[in-house]
Design a protein around this ligand. Structure first.
Ligand SMILES: Nc1ncnc2c1ncn2[C@@H]1O[C@H](COP(=O)(O)OP(=O)(O)OP(=O)(O)O)[C@@H](O)[C@H]1O
Length: 266
């Protein structure tokens, strides 16, 4: 089956959108506790898809399942129709899916540009090991500079990563994810811990990197979700509670109740 011929496409309307990433009946149990409880979802090629839900709803667990960092107890994950939940993370990356990490993957004692050169080297598997002198990586300079421009760090290329603001570090982390040139990019709470200026910058950045690729993000900030997401999946108790556009899920009584219930417990 190609990803174009999805079951469920309306008859007579032609093929539906291409599905970039799909989950089928995903379950993840931790010592018998179901953090993910039968999640099925389709992420369409080219869309920005947000995964939201109250605290403890299972967003991070689902994110880790989709990116291959957790193996499901049962169920499947497919990338452009190919099963990936059985593959190790580095092979998933090679097939075109890359993710950001909440724990920083940045080397603080290197400059911004050097961080990208090192990340590009590990992707390109240029001859040499991780101790290859930075000067030898200059062949990758044009690629590094293009990514720096994309993530808005061109002017900061010579700064030490340690001296970047929290928001700039997130920009660099997204840049590092882009060195894999992913078709599908998963971002874990890209605006966490940021003030309004940083948030505005990340919104612009996500829009920029979403050109020509599919983006999935876990995000707590609803104004960010409303600005960025083409479609949203709402989780509760590890299962899909609702999905649709921001307007659709915002007005869904089950979603309103889930969030009000969450606030009442805070
Ligand atoms: N490794 C683990 N072992 C046991 N329980 C876990 C583990 N990881 C997650 N859980 C539990 O699974 C549930 C879902 O957790 P998860 O972190 O996926 O939710 P979340 O929606 O990302 O939460 P938050 O919004 O607070 O970050 C929680 O009850 C959590 O305690």
């Amino acid at each position: 089956m190609t990803a174009q011929t999805l079951p469920g496409s309306p008859v007579g309307v032609g093929p539906g959108p291409t599905v970039a990433l799909e989950a089928r009946q995903l379950v993840k149990e931790f010592r018998g506790f179901r953090a993910t409880n039968g999640v099925s979802l389709d992420i369409h090629e080219g869309e920005i898809h947000a995964i939201i839900g109250p605290n403890g709803a299972g967003k991070t667990t689902l994110f880790n399942l989709l990116s291959g960092f957790l193996k499901p107890t049962s169920g499947e994950v497919r990338l452009f129709g190919q099963r990936i939940d059985t593959l190790p993370p580095h092979q998933i990356v090679r097939r075109g899916l890359s993710r950001s990490f909440q724990i920083s993957s940045v080397f603080p004692s290197m400059t911004v540009r050097e961080n990208l050169l090192v990340a590009l080297q590990s992707r390109s598997r240029l001859p040499g090991q991780f101790w290859t002198p930075i000067s030898r990586l200059e062949t990758l300079g044009p690629q590094a500079d293009a990514i720096l421009a994309d993530v808005g760090l061109a002017e900061s290329h010579a700064r030490l990563a340690a001296d970047l603001s929290h928001g700039e570090k997130r920009q660099l982390e997204i840049g590092i994810s882009l060195t894999q040139n992913p078709r599908v990019l998963l971002l874990d709470e890209p605006t966490s811990g940021m003030g309004s200026e940083g948030i505005a910058r990340v919104i612009a950045l996500v829009r920029q990197v979403a050109r020509g690729r599919t983006v999935v993000l876990v995000e707590h900030n609803m104004s960010v979700v409303s600005e960025l997401a083409d479609r949203i999946t709402v989780l509760q108790y590890g299962a899909v509670l609702a999905s649709g556009s921001y307007e659709q899920v915002r007005q869904d009584p089950r979603v309103i109740e889930a969030y009000l219930g969450d606030e009442a417990h805070e």
